[in-house]
Design a protein around this ligand. Sequence first.
Ligand SMILES: N[C@@H](CCC(=O)N[C@@H](CS)C(=O)NCC(=O)O)C(=O)O
Length: 333
Amino acid sequence: MGHLDKGEWKKASLASLSKGGDFKRSETKFRNWVTPDGAPGPTGEGGFPAESGRYHLYVSYACPWAHRTLIFRSLKGLEDHIGVSVVHPDMLDDGWTFDDDFPGATGDTLMGKTFLREVYTEADPKISGRVTVPILWDTERNTIVSNESAEIIRMFNSAFDEITGDRQDFYPEALRGVIDTVNKRVYDTVNNGVYKSGFATSQEAYDAAVTDLFDSLDWLEDRLSRQRYLAGDQVTEADWRLLTTLLRFDLVYHGHFKCNRNRLVDMPNLWAYARELYQWPGVAETDQPDHYHRHYHYSHESVNPYRIIPIGPDIDWTQPHGRDTQFPEAKSA
Ligand SMILES: N[C@@H](CCC(=O)N[C@@H](CS)C(=O)NCC(=O)O)C(=O)O
């Protein structure tokens, strides 16, 4: 995990651990918004109007944050309007690369670069910081609109509605309070909680993170025994943000990140809920477990120095979920 220092690639990782051994996720840099008419969004500058074919997504199929953006691109019918390049799952001394010798890795289909870092230096030749996916690239202004997945999915949720005619709203006004509250806890203790557990370098830091993680999974299990989705009877952004962590849970986080009090498949409501979301039209196509199985085990030398890829487990995400009979009143797909 290297980083850029004034445009130069450094192989050393940017220090991401506190003295107490806690993993700290750094702030994202590009925070502009695509909006229907190019007016500025909540952060950054304006001048990024929604247009078909203008924007391009750089993702890894391994990354749960990038995966959110792929899910929204698919749910909102944006495939014909926003192109995608997929990096190779191995993230080693050169960071993410466009090697395409792994099924599903596409290379850089837009600019033909070799390394993802070159997309950052194309936007700013003197840039410093981490080289992360996802990136939303503007082909018109030749720069990065945003590299913050939480904001990219909000743009995809509504900015292109005039172009696609798709008016599904996964962040409806009336549910924003509850969505924001759920998102906050899920982000801190689940989405990021698995990383805090797996990258902890002290027993105390691991104990704290893994305890918070399973407290939240117990809370979600209870909530989902009473309602079909996290914000009530309608699927929202909060559900899609949780799903990408659940998809990786038993295959990667349970073993590799030591999140092993129990597996996802041992939590009946959460497991059935996760299967329902996975089976939602357009979602399974965005899920490439080979990429995350390979990426985590092969790339995190500090966690798995011999890069041995484990044999399993084999999980059947296509089993019937039964959520429609359990909650017949909720709106389903
Ligand atoms: N805040 C970012 C985080 C993205 C992120 O951490 N991506 C990871 C992959 S899962 C990455 O590219 N890491 C490379 C690095 O940190 O050097 C987002 O949600 O968009």
